[in-house]
Design a protein around this ligand. Sequence first.
Ligand code: HEM
Length: 523
Amino acid sequence: MLGYLLIPLFLYFVYRFIIINLIIYFRYKIKFGDKVAFLFYPLLGGLGISRKSYRKYGDSLHILKQIQRNKPDMKAVVIFNGFNIQITLIDTGLLKVFLQNTKNYYKAEGPFGARYVFGLGLVKSEGKIWARQRSLLSNTFHFNALKDRVPVIKEITKEYLQKLDSYKDSAVPIIEELQNITSEVIIQTFFGENLRDKKVNDLQPSVEISKIILEGFKYKANSFPYFLKLMVFGQEKAFRVLNTQFEKDFIKRVENFNQFIEEIIEIRLNQLQNTYETSQVDENFLNLYLLEYIKQQKALKENSKQFADYELISKREIAHQFSTFFFAGMDTTANQTGICLWLLAKYPEIQKRVSDEINQAVNNFDQLKHEDLSKLDYFNAFFKESLRMYPTAPHIIPRVSACDHFVEDFFVPKGAIINGVTIQHNEQKYPSLCKEIDTFNPDRFLNQNVIQDHFSFIPFSAGPRNCIGQHLALIEAKIIIIYMLKNYVIIPNDELENVEFNHLFVYTSIQRNLIKLKKIKSE
Ligand code: HEM
């Protein structure tokens, strides 16, 4: 009896996971020949390829970069894991069409528990809810609107970087040090206050949310039971069924965190309700969100306006928006800026040029103004070059294809995971961007015509879902590096032989003690 049941099940699996994928494979092969690269890694797919690449070459992106370098007309890399296909778009024409179309995709699940942590926030929201959130938040992330945030970013930077003196001649784990700053910036720009005297799940809120995000990533990457559930039930259901003890505890911990943030929101809401009509309101993200919420609640009470479901703001959404910014903006900015400091140590002549430009534009760190940040052309070129060679986000956030469809002439089946590269690596196709591709040379970005094709260099992605926090990231990086170069000469850590790059959550160096410091003066 069992045999009769198992045979159709087996045949279904062969059809669903092997035959269908083989048909797709031959379809691409016939149409595109070697303009599409095929890779196979059982079970792990793309994750397996990047692990292999790291083990073999000390760089988890090496295999993918090599594919791009070898073929200027490469369209995409298609990776099979035996169950599913993952498509990484390379061709900029395809990338452009893909990034401008939000309708055929939804965001992939991400780390374990992502939907509980930040499922209602901007990174994960879709359709009209996403459009409503993006339009509410866009203005506050504009370069000029961030002007008011400069004093607080300066203050946080100074407070944490002053502590670096204690390292004296020892190597500095600079990325960890910068994570303190970038977490605090997100907290203070979001809440308008620091949460340092508060505890949730026995930890400081910034520590707990970092741990939750990191453990969610690690669990997804390393847990075999969860992996099996993903294969059998798919990403929509896997996190809900047959939960292990770890999963149950994790979800409970996240719920505590959400409730903790909602309590802060509730207190602020009460304060604002009493004061917003009579006094000036600080323009932090929480106040901005709550003013909109108050307007909405008032209209609902007076019955003067009806709202569609997608327009309604909830406190849980606001809590998830905080975790979203933390998830998207903390590690990315700390790692990119840390890598910049390592590059300054590695190339003293570039350090001198950046430092000279800063000294011309800014007399003294304490007097640094928002306008001064726009005077740093060489710094801008240097930062872009760091993103070209060591982008913390070398791929856009993966989407799932909601239906069978074409991106131009490229077929994307329903259920495929699809993403794209943010940086091109072919010298023949992009001669000015990729000339002497392995040489770190910020000067290439001083040439006005370096980007011949907008989609060849999109470290913050492009299209409607590009990075909303890119100006904030640049402001933070500038303020941190200005402080560092006003106070220290940055020197290499001579005990480090190799610096290897791997995907943790972001693409970054595995070695952490990247630099040493020589104090030049106290401000
Ligand atoms: C060096 C630092 C950063 C890099 C390299 C970076 C890069 C990116 C990339 C590549 C995307 C993906 C877009 C896509 O999938 O098409 C993205 C999205 C996003 N980033 Fe950033 N990011 C950085 C800093 C920040 C900061 C500081 C914040 C906010 C505090 C932030 C908030 C977001 C959000 C909310 C999204 C999703 C936008 C949406 O879907 O509408 N990022 N970022």
